[in-house]
Write a protein that binds this ligand. Structure first.
Ligand code: HEC
Ligand code: HEC
Length: 475
C-alpha cells in the first residue's frame, strides 16, 4: 500500500470505468476482433484511464517492511511474480506447500501455519517500537533487534515441497463475471468418465458489486490451481496476506471481515514471531483493537458502519487491474499446422476438459466494486472468449498434487482445475509445479481422468502430434 498516493476512495467519485457505458451490447464479432488485436497486457474494452493507471501502479508497487511486508512472505509486489510477457502474466516463482494424511484424510498442519510455506522471512531488523516484553530477546544488549525465523517444512509433513507455479491473470475478469450456472452446464455436458467437479466454496470476501454474493454464500470456485477461490477480490486479499505478508481488514455491509487480517507467523520450532516483530507497519489504534481488529493488522478500516461496504483500497485496486486485463490474442501464424491440429485436439479428447466452447459474459456483468459506488471496474457485456478450460476440478491421478483442505480424501487432493490454455506460448513452465517446459511433456504427465487423452496423443503420428501442439500454442 502506498500511504501517500493513489488511494482516494472518497475523492474519486467520478472514477467509474465506463467501458461500454449503458448502450446496447456490441456484436460478438467486434469483441472478438478487438480481443484478437489486443497486445498482451492491454485492457479489455474502454477502461477509465485514471483508474487503470492507479490500479496498475498498485499491482506493481513494491511494498516495504514499513508498509507491512512480513513477517513471512514470498515476494513484495504482485507484479514481482505475475510478469511473464506483460504485467499480470505468469511467473517464474514456484511456491511450496506441505501437509500429511491422517487416517486417509488431508491435514494441512494448521498449527504449523497451514499448507503454504512462505519462502522468505524478515530475518533480523531493528524495531524502535519493540514492546518491553520482547526487548533484548533476540540479542542481549540490543533491545530493539527483531529476529524472525523462516517458515520450515514441519517434521510431521509427509507431503512436502509441492510446487505451485505462478499462473497468468489475462482475461480472468471475464471468468469472474460468469454465473455459477454456466459451470454447472459445462459439467453436465461432459462425458461421465471425465466429468469435472464444480467446486462450490464459501465466499469469504464478497464483491459488493455482485448482489448474488454475501459473506458465506457459496460461489463456484474458479481461481487457483485447485479452483478454490470464488472471485478476484478475495484472491487479492488472500494474495496480499499470503504472498506478501500484508494483512487487511475489510467491511461488507457492516460486517467486519478479519479472514485476511491476521499475520502469518513463521512455524520454526519454538517459533511464533516475538510480539511486535511482525513488521514495521504502525500498530492499530486502541479504538480499532476495541472493534476486534488485531493490533498487528497492517491496514484496517476500523469499526464498520451500519450498512457501509468498505474493501481495503489496495485489494480493490488489484481486483480492478485484473478485471481490465484482456485475454491473450491468438497467434495464427503457423496456419497450416493449426488448421490440422484443431480437430486432433478434439478427437484426442483434450476438449473434454479444455473445452472449446465459447464463453460469453452476461449482457450486464456485475462490476467489481468497492461498495459505495465510487470506484468500479467492469468487463464488457456479451463478450465472447475462449479460455480452453472448464474451470472444473478433475481427478488427475498421479499428476494431482495431494494438497487439499483439512479432511479432504486422497482422491479429492488429486483433483486439479483444468488449466486454461490461452496464452500458453508466453509461458516457459507448465503444470502446477512447473515441471514441464514444453507442451508434449505436459500432456504426457496427464493421468487419472486425463489418461485416455494422453494415450490418444501418444498414439498420433509425430506430424499429428506436432500439429496438435501448434494448435495449443496458437491459443
Ligand atoms: C510470490 C509470487 C506471487 C505473488 C507476489 C503474487 N502471486 Fe498471484 N499467484 C502466485 C501463484 C503461485 C499462484 C497459483 C496459486 C495456487 O493456485 O496455488 C497465483 C495465482 C493468482 C491468481 C489466480 C489465477 C488463476 O489462474 O486462477 C490470482 C487472481 C492472483 N494470483 C492474484 C495476485 C495478486 C492480486 C497479487 C498481489 C496482491 C498476487 N497474486 C501476488 C504467485 C504470486
Ligand atoms: C480430464 C481433463 C483433462 C483432459 C482430458 C486433458 N487435460 Fe490438460 N490439463 C488438465 C488439468 C487438470 C491440468 C492441470 C494439471 C496440473 O498441473 O496439475 C491440465 C494441464 C494441461 C497443460 C499445462 C497447462 C499449464 O497451464 O501448465 C497442457 C499444455 C494441457 N493440459 C494440454 C492438454 C492436451 C493437449 C490434452 C489432450 C491430449 C489435454 N490437456 C487433456 C485436464 C485435462
Amino acid at each position: 500500500m502506498d500511504r501517500n498516493g493513489w488511494v482516494c476512495r472518497s475523492s474519486c467519485v467520478s472514477l467509474v470505468v465506463g467501458l461500454l457505458g449503458c448502450s446496447a451490447p456490441p456484436q460478438d464479432e467486434s469483441n472478438v476482433g478487438r480481443a484478437n488485436q489486443a497486445l498482451l497486457g492491454d485492457p479489455v474494452g474502454g477502461v477509465d484511464a485514471a483508474l487503470l493507471t492507479e490500479a496498475k501502479a498498485a499491482f506493481q508497487n513494491v511494498e516495504t517492511i514499513n508498509d507491512g511486508v512480513g513477517p513471512i512472505f514470498n515476494e513484495r509486489s504482485c507484479g514481482g511474480c505475475h510478469a511473464n510477457g506483460a504485467l499480470g502474466g505468469a511467473g517464474e516463482n514456484i511456491e511450496r506447500r506441505f501437509g500429511r494424511f491422517v487416517n486417509g484424510l488431508f491435514d494441512p498442519l494448521a498449527s504449523s501455519g497451514g499448507s503454504l510455506r512462505q519462502l522468505f522471512s524478515l530475518g533480523n531488523f531493528n524495531n524502535p517500537n519493540l514492546p518491553a516484553a520482547s526487548q533484548g530477546r533476540c540479542q542481549p544488549g540490543n533491545p530493539s533487534l527483531c529476529c524472525v525465523a523462516s517458515d520450515v517444512n514441519p517434521s510431521q509433513a509427509t507431503v512436502r515441497d509441492v510446487g505451485r507455479l505462478t499462473t497468468p491473470l489475462f482475461g480472468l475478469g471475464l471468468v469472474d463475471a460468469m454465473p455459477d450456472s454456466f459451470f454447472d452446464a459445462l459439467a453436465a455436458q461432459e462425458p461421465a468418465s471425465i466429468r469435472g467437479v464444480v467446486n462450490r466454496v464459501p465466499v469469504v470476501l464478497p464483491n459488493p458489486g455482485d448482489p448474488t454474493q454475501s459473506v458465506n454464500s457459496t460461489r463456484v470456485g474458479r481461481f487457483g490451481w485447485k479452483a478454490g477461490v470464488p472471485n478476484l477480490l478475495q484472491f487479492s486479499a488472500d494474495a496480499y496476506l499470503n504472498e506478501m505478508g500484508i494483512s487487511t481488514q475489510s467491511c461488507f455491509q457492516g460486517t467486519s471481515i478479519l479472514a485476511f487480517a491476521v499475520e502469518n507467523a513463521p512455524n520454526a520450532p519454538g517459533g511464533s514471531s516475538l510480539e511486535g516483530c511482525d513488521d514495521l507497519a504502525p500498530a492499530q489504534s486502541a479504538e480499532n483493537v476495541a472493534a476486534g481488529i488485531p493490533r498487528t493488522t497492517d491496514d484496517a478500516v476500523g469499526p464498520c458502519g451500519a450498512s457501509r461496504t468498505e474493501i481495503q483500497d489496495d485489494v480493490f485496486l488489484f481486483a480492478a487491474f485484473m478485471t481490465t486485463l484482456a485475454p491473450p490474442a491468438r497467434d495464427l501464424s503457423d496456419q497450416t499446422a493449426i488448421t490440422r491440429g484443431e480437430p486432433l485436439f478434439t478427437s484426442a479428447g483434450c476438449a473434454g476438459c479444455h473445452v472449446t466452447v465459447a464463453f460469453r459474459t452476461p449482457a450486464n456483468p456485475f462490476p467489481v466494486d468497492i461498495g459505495d459506488g465510487s470506484e468500479t471496474a467492469r468487463v464488457p457485456g456479451n463478450f465472447v472468449f475462449h479460455p480452453y478450460s472448464d474451470f472444473l476440478k478433475h481427478d488427475m491421478g498421479s499428476l494431482g498434487d495431494q494438497i487439499g483442505n483439512a479432511g479432504d480424501s486422497l482422491a479429492v487432493t488429486r483433483q486439479m482445475r483444468t488449466a486454461p490454455l490461452w496464452g500458453l506460448r508466453f509461458r516457459n513452465h507448465l503444470l502446477h509445479d512447473g515441471r514441464a517446459t514444453d507442451v508434449p511433456t505436459a500432456i504426457r504427465a496427464h493421468a487419472g481422468q486425463g489418461a485416455a487423452a494422453r494415450d490418444a496423443f501418444n498414439r498420433l503420428s509425430t506430424t499429428d502430434q506436432h500439429n496438435l501442439v501448434q494448435f495449443v500454442r496458437s491459443l
